[in-house]
Design a protein around this ligand. Sequence first.
Ligand SMILES: NC(=O)c1ccc[n+]([C@@H]2O[C@H](COP(=O)([O-])OP(=O)(O)OC[C@H]3O[C@@H](n4cnc5c(N)ncnc54)[C@H](O)[C@@H]3O)[C@@H](O)[C@H]2O)c1
Length: 180
Amino acid sequence: MNTNLFNLKEKVVIVTGSGRGLGKCMAKGLAEFGAKVVVGDCNIEQAQQTAEEINTTGTAAATYVDISVRQSCIDLIKFTVKEFGRVDVLVQLTRVMAVEWASKNIRVNAIAPGYFENIMSGANVEHTQPEKQQQIVTFTPMARRGKPEELIGPVVFLASDASSYLTGTVLFVDGGYTAI
Ligand SMILES: NC(=O)c1ccc[n+]([C@@H]2O[C@H](COP(=O)([O-])OP(=O)(O)OC[C@H]3O[C@@H](n4cnc5c(N)ncnc54)[C@H](O)[C@@H]3O)[C@@H](O)[C@H]2O)c1
C-alpha cells in the first residue's frame, strides 16, 4: 500500500491569484508538501513576495497573469513549462472541464470555500460589519470563519494521488454552511 499518497514532490502546481489571501495560503501549503509552485497573479509584486517566502524552504517561481485574458493564461503555461518542464496541477478550476477532460486523464475538481478570516479585496466594508459577522456565525454550523490554512488539507488532497478517482466534485470547505 502506498502510504505516501499526499506527497507532491513530483508535482508542478500553478496557483493563480496566489499573491495574497486564500491562494497564497494554498500555494505555500502545496509547497510544504513538496510541490514546485508557480505563483501567478495580476499583482506581480505580491506574486514575487509569495514566491520569495516559499523559496526559503521550497521551490517557487512568480509570474504575472491576468486569468481573464486568454493570451495571458497561455503565457502562464509557457512560463511554467520553461521553469519546471511541465504542469501537473492547476489550482483555479471549473466543473464542466471534468467531463471534457476525463478521457485525457485530467481530473478537475473544485473547492468551494465558505466564509474565511481572509476577507477578499473589496469586501471589507460589508464583511467587517458586526451584523454580517453575526449572520455568518448564525448560519455556519461550526459558528466561525475558516482559517486560510484550513484549505491546505483539501487542496493537497485534490492535488495528490490520494484523490486519483475523483473528478467533477465540488468540495465544500465551509464549516457546514451549505449543509443547512
Ligand atoms: N475569502 C473568503 O472568505 C472567500 C469565500 C468564498 C470564496 N472566495 C473566493 O476565493 C477567491 C480568493 O479569495 P481571497 O479572499 O483570497 O481574495 P483576495 O482578494 O484576498 O486575493 C485575490 C488574489 O487574486 C488576484 N487576482 C485578482 N484578479 C486576478 C486576475 N484577473 N488574474 C490573476 N490574479 C488575480 C489578486 O491580485 C489577489 O492577489 C475569490 O475568487 C473569492 O471570491 C473567498
